[in-house]
Design a binder for this molecule. Structure first.
Ligand code: BGO
Length: 271
């Protein structure tokens, strides 16, 4: 049976380089339905039953650009067997913002820490086991440009796809925000798929209309979400979307602090 792999990642994370090396000449390019956003697919050079979809480069799964909307509707609607999240390791904090959202989608995720040749050249180091433990999914170091680690990363992705277990999503926020998410999660327990419960609860907390329309929760759940949102916004004196964004960055900073060892040059994005 065919296995569907989706490549997700920030622009310039090396997704195209990786996609080209994984699919060789088997690529076909079209548009995503209804939008002029390029859709690239191809089959894995080592196994024609593995179909790889290259999602547009995005910084988050917010619904503010056609690229974000296409990516998120594909991930939520089509449910690929595994998402390979291509991360520019020289810009870990910025790239892990998208990772923090991908982990909430209830699908298997493998994080491909790309550009590790540059990390090493800069004298930096990443504790892969620690990143993996804290994210709750397999993490593999690669250099898409040099081909290093790519076969091992694909082995991990195919194993995760066959296993079918969603990423554990271990990233947690401040207690007050977690409590708000949990209250909303309980109120939508009957109509949100279990694997997506945290994702939808966060979206309802943020008051994001696209997600609310997609879930169409009952009136009681909407009332709970509105009350929880208002109380959290008053308590933290900020709007819910900004609160969640700040929480993501805090959790990521904490993770990077523990898992990345920077040389005095620091982790830079130089080529
Ligand atoms: C240029 N290591 C290194 N060192 N570079 C990498 C790696 C890696 O593992 N992977 C990708 N790159 P895309 P998106 C470039 O194009 O795949 C480089 O947007 C240049 N171009 O070669 O396009 C890759 O699809 C001139 O670099 O990313 C590319 O995600 C000078 O990262 C860039 C220097 O890769 C983005 C680099 C004319």
């Amino acid at each position: 049976m065919a296995i569907a792999i989706a490549l997700a990642g920030n622009p310039n994370s090396g997704k195209t380089t990786l996609f080209n090396s994984l699919t060789g000449s088997s690529q076909y390019v079209g548009n995503w339905p209804g939008v002029t956003v390029e859709k690239k697919q191809g089959t894995y050079v080592r196994d024609k039953d593995v179909v790889i979809t290259d999602l547009p480069g995005i910084y988050s799964l917010s619904p503010y650009s056609p690229e974000e909307v296409v990516s998120r509707e594909y991930l939520i609607g089509e449910r690929p067997d595994v998402v390979v999240d291509v991360v520019d390791s020289t810009n870990l904090e910025r790239n892990l913002y998208l990772t923090s959202q991908l982990l909430e989608l209830g699908v298997p995720v493998v994080v491909a820490l790309n550009m590790t040749d540059l990390v090493k050249k800069n004298g930096d180091a990443i504790d892969v086991a620690k990143v993996s433990e804290q994210l709750g999914c397999p993490v593999v170091e690669i250099s898409a440009l040099k081909g290093a680690g790519v076969a091992e990363m694909m082995d991990a992705a195919l194993a995760a796809a066959r296993d079918g277990k969603p990423a554990a999503c271990r990233m947690r926020f401040d207690a007050a925000v977690e409590e708000a998410i949990e209250r909303i999660e309980s109120s939508i327990a009957d109509n949100a798929p279990a694997a997506l419960a945290r994702w939808y609860a966060i979206k309802l907390l943020e008051g994001e209309q696209r997600a609310i329309d997609a879930l169409s929760p009952d009136a009681a759940a909407l009332e709970t979400a509105a009350a929880v949102r208002a109380s959290l916004e008053e308590r933290l004196d900020d709007d819910a979307e900004s609160i969640v964004t700040a929480e993501r960055y805090d959790a990521i900073a904490h993770l990077v602090d523990r898992a990345a060892k920077k040389s005095r040059k620091g982790m830079t994005a130089t080529q």
